[in-house]
Design a binder for this molecule. Structure first.
Ligand SMILES: [Zn+2]
Length: 134
């Protein structure tokens, strides 16, 4: 059975901005996201449903003002084309709960895949890898 999103529970749990991004495909202002400068190893997951989306090892500094990754975890996202700005962009959504996460652009030749998954910080929860305890 498909994962069902409880919109009202999400609205109550998330910040207004996170809700607008995840469920209304809004975009946070560049340079404002809490994960932008995050460099620790760990895992990024969907802020709506908790599905793991990106490993921190695929994060890179794209200089665009949003946290960027060159590769998602297998099967974690779905792609769709949107024309919200008048030209086609490839939208990225969580494959489990269908929440909007950001867009992907083929403009990162400095990475192993050449792709830039341009994500909204508020759409992601970050779990740092636990430090080894001696
Ligand atoms: Zn999700």
């Amino acid at each position: 059975m498909a994962y069902q999103v409880d919109e009202e529970a999400l609205r109550a749990r998330l910040s207004p901005l996170a809700f607008q991004v995840l469920r209304g495909a809004a975009t946070e202002r560049p340079g404002t996201g809490e994960h932008l400068d995050e460099e620790r190893p760990g895992t990024y997951s969907c802020a709506a449903c908790g599905q793991e989306l990106f490993d921190a090892s695929s994060k890179f500094d794209a200089g665009c003002g949003w946290p960027s990754f060159f590769e998602n975890k297998p099967g974690a996202v779905i792609e769709d084309v949107d024309y919200n700005l008048g030209y086609p962009r490839t939208e990225i959504r969580c494959s489990r709960c269908d929440s909007h996460l950001g867009h992907v652009f083929p403009d990162a030749p400095q990475t192993p895949t050449g792709m830039r998954y341009c994500m909204n910080s508020v759409a992601l929860d970050f779990a740092p890898q636990e430090a080894p305890s001696n």
